[in-house]
Design a protein around this ligand. Structure first.
Ligand code: ATP
Ligand code: MG
Length: 503
């Protein structure tokens, strides 16, 4: 586990612990307080008193119904003594029903026989009632009558009593268990906190592992770059800040790599320039004495050996020709050695292309009399202006070198004509391009790097300096030169130069 991961996990743990731990503490206090206010002795007693009061009410209702039954019994007895007529008795019963609302019906029986009867009409919307029958025995005028009084009490009173009893029960249980109940809450809450901490740790570990892994990879890559390895590139996956960082890192390494190759190439070129200067110097000095010596040998011979004279003249011709070639080489070497640094100033690329176009006939003449007839050169430039910071003379020389190579290549490969060379300039995004391509033999893939090295040539009269100069010039312009196969089958050289931001 990395330090970063440990820090993140610690922060998550601390946050969860402080917030949930704090809330347990307060919740526990609050619970205790709630219990103290809600679950106490007096409150419980009040509840018990409530239950007792309801029971007393029911008892009072029962007593009341006994008295009503007594009163009805006496009234029936008085009626019996007075009239002994069942009709009159029934009228009395109706009367009594009207007087006692708690009575639903009165039945007077003699043995098994009904004597008189009155009942209230049942009320379909009435509340549920509980009925009890109270019996009274009456003896008068030698008869035995039984009065059955049906008394009703609202079911609600019984229900209320039962409910109050249950509440009081629950309450007294709560009261007994109050201490342990609040402990249980704290326990449950504690377990919950523990689970939340575990889950938070897991999520934190997974999330931070993903980030730290990538940061570690970046750190490791940075160390490698620091140690000089510029081949490092990191995969970029998702889209987040770390990806942006990785992308920026890749760009930085690529830029470093580019500028290192650039610097290395320029250093190499400057070493070669040094070498060319010394070589030119060493070769140039003995050339004049060699030429003078052979001239003198030829001119001062006075003998009459015709064969020897002929050999002497032949040798003088060869030596003078080779000395001339050496002089030309020395001239090119010292020109290469003296090659100045590019001095950049803003100019339009098409201006350069036009001036090269003007020199095409001269280049064609240079390769041979039939050059203009055998090689077709097309030059074009994009219509919109392309402003580039450049050294017009040097860049012109670079393009000239590439163009000359192309013309020489197609001329050599197609001695009977049909050679085409295309030179064009165009821009794409932030770069301007100068492209030269031909339908000559092209360059083998394995030589694509080598052709830019100084002194690499496949020509008898070549110095191999042309493309080296091209590369030096382009690099000094902050650009790049590349080589691949042209669609026409020959070679395609492409210079890429940074466009000025205004164009
Ligand atoms: N368009 C081309 N088609 C085929 N080969 C080419 C082309 N351009 C360059 N080359 C190859 O690259 C080599 C190097 O070219 P470079 O211009 O550096 O030197 P050179 O042309 O041989 O000599 P110099 O430029 O002094 O005449 C050439 O000798 C040739 O083999
Ligand atoms: Mg060349």
């Amino acid at each position: 586990m990395s330090r970063f991961e440990r820090k993140i996990l610690f922060a998550i743990g601390l946050t969860v612990f402080l917030t949930l731990g704090g809330s347990i503490f307060f919740a526990q206090g609050a619970l205790r307080e709630v219990y103290q206010v809600g679950v106490n002795e007096r409150f419980g007693q009040e509840l018990v008193h409530g239950v007792e009061a309801r029971r007393d009410l029911l008892i009072a209702l029962r007593d009341g119904s006994e008295q009503v039954a007594d009163a009805i019994g006496w009234a029936v007895e008085a009626e019996l003594i007075e009239t002994a007529s069942p009709r009159a008795m029934e009228a009395l019963l109706v009367d009594l029903l009207a007087r006692y609302p708690g009575v639903r019906g009165i039945r007077v029986a003699e043995g098994d026989r009904l004597y008189a009867n009155a009942a209230r009409e049942p009320d379909p919307n009435g509340e549920p009632m509980r009925a009890t029958v109270r019996n009274r025995e009456i003896t008068a005028r030698g008869r035995n009558l039984r009065v059955e009084v049906e008394v009703v009490v609202s079911e609600m009173y019984f229900q209320r009593l039962q409910e109050a009893g249950e509440v009081a029960d629950v309450y007294s249980r709560l009261q007994r268990e109050s201490a342990s109940v609040s402990d249980v809450y704290v326990w449950v809450f504690g377990v919950l906190v523990f689970l939340v901490v575990v889950v938070a740790f897991l999520i934190g570990a997974i999330a931070s592992r993903r980030v730290t892994h990538r940061v570690t990879v970046l750190a490791e890559a940075s160390r490698r770059v620091g140690a000089g390895d510029l081949t490092v590139t990191l995969p970029t996956g998702a889209t987040d800040e770390v990806t942006e960082l990785t992308q920026a890192f890749n760009d930085m390494v690529r830029d470093l790599r580019d500028s290192r190759t650039r610097i290395e190439y320029l250093q190499r070129i400057s070493a070669w320039q040094d070498f060319a200067r010394r070589l030119a110097h060493e070769i140039k000095n003995p050339l004049t004495p060699i030429q003078l010596a052979v001239q003198e040998m030829d001119e001062t011979y006075t003998g009459d050996d015709a064969g020897y004279r002929e050999k002497l003249e032949h040798a003088r011709a060869i030596i003078e020709e080779e000395v001339a070639t050496l002089r030309r080489l020395v001239g090119e070497f010292s020109a290469f050695a003296r090659l100045p640094r590019a001095d950049l100033s803003p100019a339009d690329l098409c201006e350069l292309i036009r001036s090269i176009q003007d020199s095409v006939p001269a280049i064609l003449e240079d390769i041979g009399e039939d050059g203009p007839a055998l090689v077709d050169v097309q030059v074009s430039c994009a219509t919109k202006p392309m402003h580039v910071r450049m050294d017009l003379m040097m860049l012109r020389r670079g393009v000239d070198n590439i163009l000359r190579n192309a013309i020489q290549a197609v001329y050599a490969a197609k001695p009977t004509g049909g050679g085409h060379v295309l030179l064009r300039a165009y821009s794409l995004e932030k770069s301007a391009f100068i492209e030269v391509r031909d339908n000559g033999p092209g360059i083998a893939r394995e030589d694509w790097e080598r052709v830019f090295d100084p002194y690499y040539t496949t020509k008898d009269e070549g110095t191999g300096l042309g493309l080296a100069i091209v590369k030096k010039v382009v690099l000094e312009h902050g650009g790049e030169v590349s080589l691949d196969r042209a669609p026409e089958g020959g070679a395609r050289f492409r210079m890429e130069l940074p466009l000025m931001s205004s164009s």
